[in-house]
Design a protein around this ligand. Structure first.
Ligand SMILES: *Cc1c(COP(=O)(O)O)cnc(C)c1O
Length: 404
């Protein structure tokens, strides 16, 4: 490590809250699937900022849109109209087939906004007695870090010593349709769920699960809220992960790649009256729907479609998954994925996934462990076949070693 690297890391540790444990690399530049550290070493980014940089680092068209808009107008607040918001609404509605849009900033804010909206819908449209609304959520969920959200997490680290928490959430196992059937009551307003549980280690539910979930929600007048903040916008090889299941959510949450990593932009999308219950003064955000965010998001959505990134995610994801499955190594317990949302789960005896990620860094690949034994792999959707093959060689070299 050079002196400069030690300095950045030590300074962060000295002044910053220690709420992260980063891999020991200091990045200073990115382009497409590649990032460079302060010593000029190049790495293939297999995390994409948890899928926020799906369009590739510093995509030139998103960059141009951002710079152009930054010269014109950045923030008006929603006290006034701006000339980007309507265009953003029109384009995101056309892309996703949604009828109503609520623009926010972070993913967690989109989740919070959806919770508020479905509760309000429950009281004002469904007729649930005031204060009694229930929302069903799944074990091992990840929906963000606000107080409201961590209150219904099942991860002890996420929750410990942050309470007291808000009531009104009911936990059921993920991928179990019978459990949701049993959990629904007349006061249930929504089922909030990830199509694939990302932070839990890329957990894909059994085939047919979401068809049943959709039927149960419709039959009981329960809003199906899909958190597609990580799975959406092409990550799984389709625009929305719900398309793999042939269903439509009532409320869809997008974030992360909605800005291609340039800016925090998230959105609540709904097909029905849920967002219609919000009246002036009842919800908002100073930065939500600002012209800079809208211009960036418009460009991020445009390049995703125009440059065939969604199809590429399907093609390269299949190639990556095949290649990982072909690696013969005693360390591997399971390989799974959909599109470019992939994971290698190691045998517990193989040692911590973190060690493998550190070894991968030495080979020019940045990946991130999750939950001790899983390496998640999510490169930008612009990755080529040659780059997938290049990565696979390195994964094979590391996974056949033993770091226990
Ligand atoms: C990242 C993520 C969030 C939270 O997004 P932030 O922008 O970090 O607040 C919510 N849900 C899912 C599924 C995510 O992956």
């Amino acid at each position: 490590m050079s002196a400069s690297v030690i300095d950045f890391v030590a300074t962060e540790a000295r002044f910053g809250a220690h709420n992260y444990e980063p891999i020991g690399v200091v990045l200073s530049r990115g382009e497409g699937v590649w990032v460079w550290d302060t010593d000029g070493n190049r790495y293939l980014d297999c995390l994409s900022a948890y899928s926020a940089v799906s369009q590739g680092h510093c995509h030139p068209k998103i960059l141009a849109a951002m710079v152009k808009q930054a010269h014109r107008l950045t923030l008006t607040s929603r006290a006034f109209h701006n000339d980007q918001l309507a265009l953003f609404y029109e384009e995101i509605a056309a892309l996703t087939g949604s009828h109503k849009v609520l623009p926010m900033n972070s993913g967690a804010e989109a989740v919070e906004s959806a919770i508020k909206s479905v509760r309000k819908w429950g009281y004002e449209v469904k007729g649930v007695p005031d204060g009694q609304a229930e929302i069903i959520v799944c074990a091992n969920n990840f929906h963000g870090r606000t107080l409201g959200i961590v209150g219904f997490s099942t991860d002890p680290e996420t929750r410990a010593h942050f309470g007291p928490f808000a009531p009104g959430f009911k936990l059921i196992p993920f991928g179990d349709a019978a459990a949701i059937k049993a959990a629904i009551t007349p006061n249930t307003v929504a089922f909030l769920v990830e199509p694939i549980q990302g932070e839990a280690g890329v957990v894909i539910p059994p085939a047919g699960y979401f068809t049943e979930v959709r039927q149960l929600c419709t039959a009981n007048n329960v809003m199906l809220v899909l958190d597609e903040i990580q799975t959406g916008l092409g990550r799984t090889g389709k625009l929305l992960a719900e398309q793999h299941e042939g269903i439509e959510a009532d409320v869809t949450l997008l974030g992360k790649a909605l800005s291609g990593g340039f800016y925090p932009v998230s959105a609540v999308l709904s097909n029905n009256e849920v967002l219609g219950t919000l009246r002036p003064g009842q919800h908002g955000s100073t930065f939500g729907g600002n012209p800079l965010a809208c211009a960036v998001a418009r460009a991020a959505m445009r390049v995703l479609v125009e440059e065939g990134m969604i199809e590429n995610a399907a093609t390269q994801g299949a190639r990556f998954l095949e290649g990982l499955k072909d690696i013969r190594a005693n360390t591997i317990r399971e390989v799974r994925g959909r599109g470019l949302m992939l994971a290698v789960e190691l045998h517990p005896e193989a040692g911590r996934a973190r060690r493998y990620c550190e070894a991968l860094q030495g080979k020019g690949i940045l990946a991130k462990d999750t939950h001790e034994h899983t390496i998640r792999i999510a490169p930008p959707l612009v990755i080529t076949s040659d780059q997938v093959d290049w990565a696979l060689e390195r994964f094979a070299a590391i996974l056949t070693q033993d770091f226990s």
